[in-house]
Write a protein that binds this ligand. Structure first.
Ligand SMILES: C[C@H](O)[C@H](O)[C@H]1CNC2=NC(N)=NC(=O)C2=N1
Length: 121
């Protein structure tokens, strides 16, 4: 069952390990840094996250640099990490790390430093 109760730190770390291995628990928030190919990629990633946040009505803190964006999620109303944060983190991860499968009709971003968008890990 999904709740807006804050999870305890041990539970958060365990869930991160199994559900969101590229995320971490830091300063009471779920955090993840995405590296990009530069400013344009960073702003596209910011806008993609912005869309999800507005549709979800749950808004992460974003730290924006030339070639990275760091996403930090917590639930202000309960001053902790809840299922809202885990669910939005999952959506952000799936959206930003999505790329066409090898058998897709879509090509994906060309493997050329000139066109690098986001670092897939
Ligand atoms: C006033 C407004 O409803 C609240 O700030 C909502 C909207 N966005 C939110 N975003 C986040 N990250 N945490 C919240 O608790 C939250 N609550």
């Amino acid at each position: 069952m999904s709740t807006t109760q804050p999870h305890d730190p041990e539970d958060i770390r365990r869930r991160i390990q199994t559900e969101l291995p590229h995320w971490r628990y830091e300063d009471g928030q779920l955090c993840r840094q995405y590296r990009t190919g530069g400013w344009k990629g960073t702003l596209m990633a910011v806008n993609a996250v912005g869309h999800l946040a507005e549709a979800a009505w749950h808004h992460p803190d974003l730290a924006v640099s030339y070639d990275s964006v760091t996403v930090k999620l917590s639930t202000h109303s309960v001053k902790g990490v809840t299922d809202r944060d885990f669910e939005l983190a999952r959506r952000i991860e799936d959206l930003l790390m999505w790329r066409p499968a090898p058998d897709s009709a879509l090509e994906g971003t060309p493997d050329d430093p000139r066109f690098k968008y986001i670092e897939y890990d």
